[in-house]
Write a protein that binds this ligand. Sequence first.
Ligand SMILES: [Zn+2]
Length: 116
Amino acid sequence: MLTPEQYAVLKNEATERPFTSPLNNEHRPGQFSCAGCGQPLFSSEAKFDSGTGWPSFWTPLENGVSTREDRSLGRTRTEVHCHHCGGHLGHVFDDGPKPTGLRYCMNGVALTFAPK
Ligand SMILES: [Zn+2]
């Protein structure tokens, strides 16, 4: 069962307000998974503090996510969704840290965290 906030993000591509997710301050080792289906998406090893107010990662787990072009809001962005259930997670930008240079900007409400 999804909360209304989870449903709005995963199914309707809403964006949570920045600095609202407790996962912003989650620094323990562990794994981030899709709140919709449990698919493993990101390792804590790829998490970094982007200062944006959304949980951010420089790489996803293998086969964790898929991407597609998003032309809403009058500009082209790359939308990120769960590879397994298709739930919307956030967007990926090319201003992240090394080694990938990518910034996976995720809605914390779309993720669950399991510490190691
Ligand atoms: Zn999923």
